[in-house]
Structures are given as C-alpha cells and as structure tokens.
Ligand binder design. Structure first.
Ligand SMILES: NC(=O)c1ccc[n+]([C@@H]2O[C@H](COP(=O)([O-])OP(=O)(O)OC[C@H]3O[C@@H](n4cnc5c(N)ncnc54)[C@H](OP(=O)(O)O)[C@@H]3O)[C@@H](O)[C@H]2O)c1
Length: 322
C-alpha cells in the first residue's frame, strides 16, 4: 500500500511516499481502507521532533496522520464492536503510534471510531475528529457555553477555530472571533456576530466582558485577557507547546487564588463517544467542515510548510489513494 513515512525527525522534506505491506488486523481490530484523512498541527509538531523527548511517541521510522474516514474491509475477529466489512467509519488514531492515517489502510479498535452518517462525505468526516472534537469539548465541556453567553474565539479561521465559531453560534452564544484580514468575511460567514481583524483591532480592548475566551492559537494568556473576562469566566488555551502548557498551568493556580475565573490547559479526549457527538452535529448541519484543499500524499510536505506559517483557513484533506 502507499503510505507517507519519515525515517528521522526534521523539516517537511523528510516525508516520503513509500510502498508498505498492508497492515494485518489483530483480534478486536478493524482493518479500514482510508478514503480520506486530514492534516493537523499535531502531525507537523511530531514530524518536526517537538515530542521527541516524550517517551509515549514511537520514534521514526514512522508514519504520520491521525484523523481518518474510510471503509471497514476486514476484521481480526473477536469483539469488533458490531462493525462489519463495508461499514463507513471515521475517527482518530493515537498520535503515539508508528502507523499513521496518511496511508491506504490502517488498523484501529472500535474505541477509536464512530459510524459515518450517510449524509456526511468521507472528506468531511475526515476533517472532523481532532479539530472539531477540540472545539466541542473546549466550549461545551470546559466552557459550558449556554445561550446568551458572550464567547471570544481567538483564532476563528483555522481548523479548530472555524468549528469553534460554528459551535458557539449553534449553542446560542454571542460570538466574537479574531482572524487575519483575508479571513474576515469567511469567519463572519461561519456565524460570528463580531469579527476582529487582529492586525487592526485588539480583543483585549473590549468594553463588555466575555464569559468564555477560547484561545485556539494558544499564544495569548489568561494574564493578558483576564480584564476582559467576566468575574466567573473561563479561559481555555489549546496548549500548543510545552511552554504554553507550563504557563497555563501556573495561571490556573493564580486564577484560583485571585478569584472565581477558571483557566483550562486544554487536552482533547479522543474517543468513540466524542466522534459520535461530532457525527450528530455534522449530520444536523450544526458544524460544517470547510475544506480549503484536497491533496495527495506527495503534496503533504508542501501543505505542512504552509501550516508551519501558523496561518490558514479551515482544514486540508489528504486522499491516500491519490
Ligand atoms: N491540546 C489539544 O488537545 C489540541 C487539540 C487541537 C489543536 N491543538 C492546537 O491548537 C492550535 C490550533 O490548531 P488548528 O488546527 O486550529 O491550527 P490551524 O488550522 O493551523 O489554524 C491556526 C489559525 O491561527 C490563526 N492565527 C494565527 N495568528 C493569529 C493571531 N495573532 N490572532 C488570531 N488568530 C491567529 C490563523 O488565522 P489567520 O490565517 O487568519 O491568521 C489560523 O487560521 C495548534 O497549536 C494545535 O496544535 C491542541
């Protein structure tokens, strides 16, 4: 099968399209033909070696990609959660493991997948798991967003942000979102009530406080925006790197000592239940993936170079068979 691999950590050039044996499912596993996958900053960071000292991550040579949607083509027997060959499924594999989803086939457990709704294409399903899962868990579970709340999505145009704007709008919140000048019209179209071009406007100058601030870029801080957060407001940071995690965890303690504001260093809980929740939201049209490009395995390196700029719109979908 065709798959994307790298033999050492490094720049996007280390990514190579190779021919590998198809994986064999073990008992309790499903073999899935990957009809579509999608790119996340996590893939870029692991490939670049940012996680090299975290022992759980299997070292190169390894594959890449965690999000996927596809079709079950076989099972290893045993309890496979009722899935059968021909079933359409989507989900995310663990980023720790060597075998990624930028490959024609992947073996997964039933705990890593949900059924793809008939009305949702594979390209859209593959664009959901990590990014939409993060938006939904951050706003729904951590922020407890409810109708009428004022929500700020810092970084409303990206993979996580474009779902966050849609989900906050779906929950009935008043949504303010930030983005670069090229993305203002796009973010407004997602349902944002107010859009701030971060090159000209500063959300920290807001006069009415926010109940929830979701920093999808992860580069703001509670300290920098606590004055525009309601007294019992919640600040959620997507933990983009180790330094942000340390800062956010320290701020969590500081916020607890200072008053009633809460600080969350967000970590996605990837599980079948989360993907089922996304399936329902996508089926209902509450969140609609914006796929800005659909590419083949050979184009992933260039897409990762673009992602490393920190700017972009929606999601990039990868078709392993292309
Ligand atoms: N902890 C977790 O479990 C978890 C889960 C998912 C994601 N994450 C992390 O969350 C981050 C975002 O992920 P993603 O998939 O959304 O990345 P992405 O698709 O690359 O989007 C990044 C977005 O950041 C925006 N941005 C850049 N500078 C900005 C600024 N100064 N103000 C406002 N927006 C700005 C860009 O918008 P413009 O193009 O308009 O500049 C771009 O759309 C990554 O670091 C990722 O690793 C963490």
């Amino acid at each position: 099968m065709r798959a994307l691999r790298y033999d050492r950590y490094g720049p996007p050039d280390v990514l190579t399209v190779v021919d590998l044996d198809e994986p064999m499912p073990r008992a309790g596993e499903l073999k899935v033909r990957v009809d579509a996958a999608s790119l996340n900053p996590l893939d870029v960071k692991v490939r670049a070696g940012h996680t090299r000292y975290v022992p759980m991550f299997e070292r190169p040579p390894r594959g890449t990609g965690v999000d996927f949607a596809g079709t079950v083509v076989g099972t290893g027997g045993g309890d496979v959660g009722g899935y059968f060959p021909g079933a359409r499924v989507f989900g995310a594999v663990s980023p720790f493991r060597r075998a990624g989803t930028f490959a024609e086939f992947v073996c997964v457990t039933p705990a890593e997948v949900a059924s793809t709704p008939a009305s949702v294409t594979d390209e859209h399903a593959a664009a959901l798991p990590v990014a939409a899962g993060s938006a939904v868990q951050a706003l729904g579970d951590e922020g407890r967003v409810a109708p009428g709340m004022r929500v700020l999505v810092n970084g409303g145009a990206g993979g996580v942000g474009h779902y966050a704007v849609q989900y906050a709008h779906h929950l009935g919140a008043h949504v303010t979102a930030t983005c670069g000048p090229d993305n203002v019209a796009f973010v407004r179209g997602l349902g944002a009530d107010e859009v701030l071009d971060y090159t000209r406007e500063d959300y920290a100058a807001a006069t009415v406080p926010f109940d929830v601030i979701f920093d999808t870029t992860g580069h703001a801080s509670w300290r920098a925006c606590r004055h525009v957060l309601a007294p019992d407001g919640v600040y959620v940071n997507t933990s983009p790197d180790a330094a942000s995690v340390v800062t956010t965890l320290a701020e969590k303690v500081a916020a607890r000592l200072a008053g009633r504001q809460r600080v969350v260093a967000f970590v996605l809980k990837p599980r079948a239940e989360a993907w089922r929740r996304l399936a329902k939201l996508a089926e209902a049209g509450a969140i609609v993936p914006h796929v800005r490009a659909t590419i083949g395995l050979a184009d992933v390196a260039e897409a990762e170079r673009q992602m490393e700029t920190g700017h972009g719109r929606g999601k990039i979908v990868v078709l392993p068979s292309r």
